[in-house]
Design a protein around this ligand. Structure first.
Ligand SMILES: NC(=O)C1=CN([C@@H]2O[C@H](COP(=O)(O)OP(=O)(O)OC[C@H]3O[C@@H](n4cnc5c(N)ncnc54)[C@H](OP(=O)(O)O)[C@@H]3O)[C@@H](O)[C@H]2O)[C@@H](O)CC1
Ligand SMILES: [K+]
Length: 627
């Protein structure tokens, strides 16, 4: 795969997610030309099912019972044809119909191959094609019997709904999926939703492996929401292109490993709604040192972080920045925090001077209840980032009267001259307490890094009343909304982080970053992320100064910081680096279907441990071990 060319089909197939309307546009001419897409899809599903069966724990000696949950649309048709292929191979296959009808051809094929059908609907309409020869192979069943069948299966194909799903599962489909999730087989398996931990820890009585056909039924295909009951998958086999739900939270946590069947869709003709972040993008944000370098040319980060109340955030953000490949860190803050920074990082410079990026707000109180000098300084800096402040020289930060030290750094003029620019020239990241100081409207060069609670408060300022819980249920929707309100680049923190903002052409670009581990949900992790962000912003600025590369969008830089941060957490927790290609694969005959993962589950970490891992994560970006 040519990872250097973002336009290649192979790259788009594994990274770019397209909405249902685009998928329909892609498939339409192929179907019109008579390309047997359903047959191809079914063959791939059957092959994947065989692989999954072969990879299941050996304490299930038969490993041959397959249940297909079928809806009445083409998704059900895929499942039925796949069931027919598997029945032909000698597996014990039955389908469970949740609707009043089924795909005619698919059902006929299944029955002819020796499969059975159980239907749950009182008004099931047996197709004419199913004549008397298959009598006894179509059986009316109850939900309880269906759950029993499912529980005794080795593999379940979830073919209830695909891209034709409308809203949450309803009727019999909802009832069945709900009952399966509450069945003993499912309840006895505790499964982490962290993809890296994904393994069934009940080896004595493993539940069936679930293969979702195209997408797990019941999830919001276009927006990654989970509006109701759904069956979490171990593997999702998807057709033609990634769907947004496969990479957007929260749905992405219920999709398992993803296998994409290539139908040669002209992917380059449509804009993806979201893209999966990978090491290749992160690598481009690292400026390797050169023999002509000075500390200034490698990037200088300015931090207005920490406070008298939370001085630890100053240490974490400053050290994380210093360890993420920059020449210098300037820290500006109250005495207590400054002293702590200096004790931990004697290399830090505590005087004002020129910087190539600003990080503000980590560890700063978020209200003006008590007077705080940091808030005052940040407010004064942020004023220059409002639309009407364009043209202000931001390099003379000493005029902002930040910190106790007022001496000019004699070497400050070593910062490249291109940085005598306007207000939006120095990229800035607004974190934590500074979010409440954000001007109404800023440029895309301003990154905001809220978690859902902070985003809830921020949205209120723009007239939207939405709780953190509601944001967690639809993070993509709310990340886009705040991006539209503010104009900024938005990094919405979460187990899968979403980054939305303008690309270098001004078009909105969304990246999802899935490298984190749930061990990362710990105090101070956000301060470390802010430091990494500052370092990447400063060094990409330094790259632009030396004209050594094409411009990198702020979205990519923000996503890269989250990616590196996530992998640092994984390293600190003793886990392997996250790998996109391990998680999302193109279908071919040799694709690996392993459901359980031998990787360690990792161990608890504290935020300061991430910092020590940052240099090795940066180094690993340039080796082949991360992708
Ligand atoms: N893309 C490609 O190239 C290819 C696509 N292919 C496949 O076609 C699939 C799309 O098929 P599709 O258009 O027939 O829609 P599909 O997903 O079966 O859903 C419609 C059915 O679901 C039902 N239903 C809807 N919402 C529901 C709910 N909330 N709760 C319960 N039921 C609900 C709805 O019921 P109704 O509303 O009609 O009562 C109807 O019966 C696609 O995902 C892929 O698998 C492959 O064959 C080959 C190549
Ligand atoms: K499905």
């Amino acid at each position: 795969m040519d990872l250097n060319n973002k336009d290649t089909h192979a790259y788009a197939l594994l990274h770019n997610a397209y909405v249902v309307n685009h998928i329909r546009e892609f498939e339409e001419p192929l179907l019109r030309a008579g390309v047997p897409l359903m047959t191809q899809a079914a063959a791939a599903i059957a092959h994947v099912a065989c692989g999954v069966l072969a990879s299941r724990p050996e304490n299930r000696p038969r490993n041959q019972r397959i249940v297909v949950l079928c809806g009445s649309g083409n998704n059900g048709g895929d499942g039925l044809y796949a069931g027919a292929i598997l029945a032909d191979k000698g597996f014990d296959v039955c389908a469970i119909a949740v609707g009043a009808t089924l795909h005619d051809g698919g059902l006929a094929a299944l029955l002819q191959a020796g499969g059975k059908l159980f239907h749950l609907c009182d008004f099931f309409d047996t197709p004419d094609s199913c004549d008397g020869s298959i009598e006894g192979h179509i059986v009316k069943s109850t939900p309880a019997e269906a759950v029993e069948l499912v529980s005794r299966a080795d593999v379940v194909l979830d073919a209830i709904t695909g891209i034709g799903a409308q809203g949450p599962l309803r009727g019999v489909a909802k009832e069945l999926v709900n009952a399966i999730n509450h069945s003993e087989a499912w309840q006895s398996c505790t499964q982490s939703t962290d993809r890296a931990h994904m393994q069934c820890d009940c080896t004595e009585s493993p539940r069936p492996s679930v293969i979702a056909v195209d997408a797990p039924s019941g999830i919001g295909v276009d927006d990654g929401s989970m509006p109701g009951d759904m069956l979490a998958a171990d593997v999702t086999i998807t057709f033609g292109a990634l769907k947004p739900c496969l990479i957007l939270p929260p749905a992405c946590f219920s999709c398992g490993r993803i296998i994409v069947v290539d139908f040669d869709f002209p992917l380059h003709t449509a804009s993806p709604v979201a893209r999966a972040m990978d090491a290749d993008i992160a690598r481009k944000t690292i400026r390797l040192p050169q023999h002509t370098d000075s500390k200034y040319s490698r990037g200088v980060v300015g931090l207005i972080t920490g406070s008298a109340q939370y001085p630890g955030a100053a240490v974490l953000s400053a050290e994380a920045a210093a360890r993420s490949n920059v020449g210098m860190v300037r820290y500006l803050g109250p005495d207590r925090a400054s002293n702590m920074v200096l004790a931990q990082l004697p290399e830090a410079v505590l005087s004002p001077g020129r910087v190539q990026s600003w990080i503000v707000g980590s560890g700063v109180p978020d209200t003006d209840d008590a007077y705080d000098t940091q808030r005052e300084h940040i407010a004064s800096l942020l004023k220059r980032y409002t639309d009407d402040a364009a043209g202000t020289d931001l390099h003379d930060v000493d005029t902002v009267e930040i910190g106790a030290a007022g001496n000019n750094d004699p070497e400050r003029n070593d910062i490249p001259s291109s940085h005598h620019g306007s207000a939006t020239d120095i990229p800035l990241c607004v974190d934590a307490g500074a979010l409440s100081l954000l001007p109404q409207r800023v440029s895309g060069r301003v990154i905001i890094t809220p978690h859902s609670g902070e985003l809830s408060r921020l949205l209120k300022r723009y007239g939207e009343t939405v709780t953190a819980q509601e944001i967690n249920a639809e993070p993509y929707r709310w990340a886009r909304r705040i991006q539209q309100f503010t104009g900024s680049t938005v990094l919405l923190k979460g187990a899968c982080t979403i980054v939305v903002g303008p690309d270098t052409n001004g078009d909105i670009r969304t990246l999802t970053v899935d490298s984190a581990t749930s061990w990362l949900a710990t105090a101070g992790a956000g301060d470390v992320l802010a430091g990494v962000m500052g370092a990447l912003l400063a060094q990409t600025e330094a790259m632009t100064d030396s004209n050594s590369s094409t411009p990198i969008s702020t979205v990519d830089i923000a996503a890269s910081a989250a990616f590196i941060h996530g992998n640092a957490a994984r390293a600190a927790a003793g886990m392997r680096p996250w790998s996109l290609t391990e998680h999302i694969r193109r279908y071919d005959k040799n694709v690996n279907f392993q459901v359980t993962q031998p990787s360690t589950i990792g161990q608890p970490i504290v935020a300061s441990e991430l910092i020590g891992s940052l240099p090795q994560v940066v180094e690993a970006l340039f080796s082949d071990s991360v992708s």
